[in-house]
Each structure stands twice: as C-alpha cells, then as structure tokens.
Design a protein around this ligand. Structure first.
Ligand SMILES: Nc1ncnc2c1ncn2[C@@H]1O[C@H](COP(=O)(O)OP(=O)(O)OP(=O)(O)O)[C@@H](O)[C@H]1O
Length: 240
C-alpha cells in the first residue's frame, strides 16, 4: 500500500477529565477528498487543531507525507506542504484582494507541486476572484472572503488542503458553490480534508467520510455507506 499523505496513529488529547480525541487512526490517501464529521462535541475541532500543530497530542503520532510531524509547530507543517484554513478568516481585511494574494505567492514553497500555480489560477477562476482587484478585502461579502482565504492558501502551493468548516456562515447556494470548487480542485489532483458540520455539503463533495463520536472514529466509508448507517443516524439524533 502507498504511504498515506496524512496519517494518525492512536492519537489522543485530553482536557482535564475530558477525552476530546481518543486513539484516532486516520489514513488519508493522496488525491482523496475526505470529510470529517460528527455531532457537537465529537472532537472535530480538537482533531483539526492536532493535525495543524496547534495542540500537542498526549499520545499517538501524526505523519505528513510519511514524515513524523507530531511535535512540529504549525508553520513547519505548512512548509512541508500542509495548507490550512480556519473557522475565523485570516485574510488581511485592510489590504486589497491583489495584495492578499501577492503575499503568499511571494513566499510560495520552493518544492511546491509542479501544478500548484495552475491550481491556484484555476481556483481564482472558479471562485471568480480577480487577482488584480484593488478592492479592500473587508468590502467582500463573507463567502467571497472565505474563498479569498482558500485562494491565499493555494497560492503557497500546498500538497494537501485542510479546511475547518469552510462553509460556516454561507447560504445554501454559496455552500454548494464552495463544494463544487473543492471538487474541481480535487479532480485537478489536490488532496483535501474538510472538517464540516453541513451534511448537504458533505453529501455533495466527499468521496470518503470519517465520523467522530466521543473523540473516537465511530464509522468510516463512502458517503452512501455513512448516510445509510443506522448508528450514525442515531448519534446525530443523540440516541447512541
Ligand atoms: N480547550 C478545551 N478545554 C476543555 N475541554 C475542551 C477544550 N476543547 C474541547 N474540549 C472538550 O472536548 C470535547 C470535544 O470538543 P471539540 O470542540 O473538539 O468537538 P467538536 O466536534 O469540534 O464540537 P463542535 O461541533 O460543537 O464544535 C468536548 O467535550 C469539549 O467540551
């Protein structure tokens, strides 16, 4: 089997007496589009923070492109090819769209994948973002600001995109458009992992889904498998 681009082994994180992440094994193959879902308090945000390097795990390991990154801070993981977007938008609101995009382009990774630039241009086109726009980012509507942030991350040439609830605060139409763009980018070769609440979005994009519940991997499979899974339905209804 080829080495997964992102993998965890027995990953665990507790906060006092609360086990937020409990022996999580995750293996994301190159080229995959994986959604990580789960009901409130399932441990999604904690897992995301562990994968980014914001939290240090209490136990277990994280490998990125085969390299053990468990103790590496976020910026070192980004240099290795992890592209990150958070729930709070990180674009510079006082800078123009052009300036926001130029900054990450200047610091693009020297060993970025060869088609990274092409993917970035493709994303701009799909999102309808003009890289020469002098409009201050703060004047963009919320969904376009989120798209700008994804484009900024792509400008740096990641091998894998890790997104935390990218459609939070978007209308159903904006959510579906975001889903379609991520699908296109995935078909263009980008590996994408999305932590997401919105089931309609997950149905639209995911090839594979990991369901967390009480910090553990509760179920894993295709969208069809997961949506038909009786116990998954129960945990969403709070009955498991
Ligand atoms: N910093 C923290 N201190 C204490 N407990 C925490 C902390 N962060 C998370 N937890 C607890 O860990 C568990 C998992 O929380 P987490 O936020 O990761 O879940 P989630 O799936 O992202 O939930 P939501 O969908 O509501 O955001 C919860 O019981 C939560 O209360």
């Amino acid at each position: 089997m080829t080495v997964p681009i992102l993998a965890t082994r027995s990953l665990a994180k507790r906060f006092g007496g609360v086990v937020a992440t409990d022996r999580v094994d995750l293996a994301v193959a190159e080229g995959e589009l994986r959604c990580i879902i789960g009901p409130n308090g399932a441990g999604k945000s904690t897992l995301f923070a562990l994968l980014c390097g914001i939290y240090r795990p209490d136990a277990g390991t994280i490998r990125l492109k085969g390299k053990d990154v468990t103790t590496l801070p976020a910026f070192r993981r980004v240099r290795l090819g992890l592209g990150l977007t958070f729930q709070t938008n990180r674009a510079y609101h006082d800078l123009s769209v052009r300036q926001n995009l130029e900054t990450p382009l200047r610091i693009a990774r020297a060993d970025a994948p060869k088609d990274a630039e092409e993917r970035f241009r493709y994303a701009l086109e799909l999102f309808g973002l003009d890289p020469g726009s002098e409009l201050p980012a703060r004047e963009l509507p919320h969904h376009r600001l989120q798209w700008l942030e994804i484009a900024m991350v792509l400008a740096a040439g990641p091998d894998i995109l890790l997104l935390d609830e990218p459609t939070a605060g978007m209308s159903p139409e904006e959510t579906m458009q975001t889903a379609r763009v991520l699908q296109h980018l995935n078909r263009a070769g980008l590996t994408i992992v999305v932590v997401e609440h919105d089931i309609a979005f997950v149905r639209e994009v995911a090839q594979s889904v990991t369901v967390l519940h009480q910090g553990r991997v509760f179920a894993e499979g295709s969208v069809a498998d997961i949506t038909a899974h009786e116990d998954v339905r129960k945990i969403y209804l709070g009955r498991a």
